[in-house]
Design a protein around this ligand. Sequence first.
Ligand code: MTE
Length: 312
Amino acid sequence: MLIRRPPDIETSEITDEKLYWNRREFIRSATGVVAGLATPSVLAACGEPRRAEAAERRAARDDELTPYEDVTSYNNFYEFGTDKRDPSRYAGSLRIRPWTVTVEGEVHKPGVWDIDDVLKLSPLEERVYRLRCVEAWSMVIPWQGFSLSEFIKRVEPTSHARFVAFYTLHDPEQMPGQRRRILDWPYVEGLRLDEAMHPLTLLTFGLYGRTLPNQNGAPIRLVIPWKYGFKSIKSIVRVRFLREQPVNTWQAEAAREYGFYANVNPNVDHPRWSQARERRIGEFRKRPTLMFNGYADQVGHMYAGMDLRRNF
Ligand code: MTE
């Protein structure tokens, strides 16, 4: 599904929430499956969805888009402060043009990409993904982007590349949260190469049909829907291909609490709280958390045979 590139989107053309609701109905009837997993184009790319568990079907049927207002005002982006409201208050200071993404390490084509050249690589698709935060809340968001694999293919990883690390901008002048050592800046995240190449892994430029708001990780971020939200790194300036598994920011901060994989798993609790249930933002009741955040059919095979208690 083609959505114009964010710089072309006029404010007057912003799709309002009602249209998204109608589109969800369309997706539901066109595919015979519940909306919320992915758009038809993504489903086609991943093969027909297999029969889901009853609980999963029920939970997915209840997926309603989280209002734009909540998506853009209840954020985790520690570069702008630790309060959920800080990013929307302070991220206005982030300059998103010019913006470059440096590619380095185990690739045949290292280099510096202008963000607008990255945007031209592939048409933007809309994908409705659940985002499940490690803090046990979740949202359902219509994102715009294309599979990260489209970008990775262009830079041609060498046969030694087994992992990819991503880095957020480090600039305390623009990011007031970085003036304090809340985390070991810059924020770093990592994926195994097969996870990075998985079609669901989204290189993201927009949400709700608009350019990504700064507080949501403008101008370019990842969204990896089967992993806890902290893997979905924002405002990326560097991508490094590696032979060895990198250490991600939260793992460096508290290795006992946050692992490298961070796959959503209701059966493995965080040492300080349960991960069995979650609260959808805007709702009061809690709902069961789904294995791999409901994307088990698409991604489970990548972890076959792995001890998910040890590789959390
Ligand atoms: N990326 C950076 N650079 N800094 C952060 O603090 N927070 C992560 C992730 N990406 C974070 C980040 C966490 S914990 C979550 S839950 C999601 O961003 C939140 O994304 P959202 O604010 O768009 O919902």
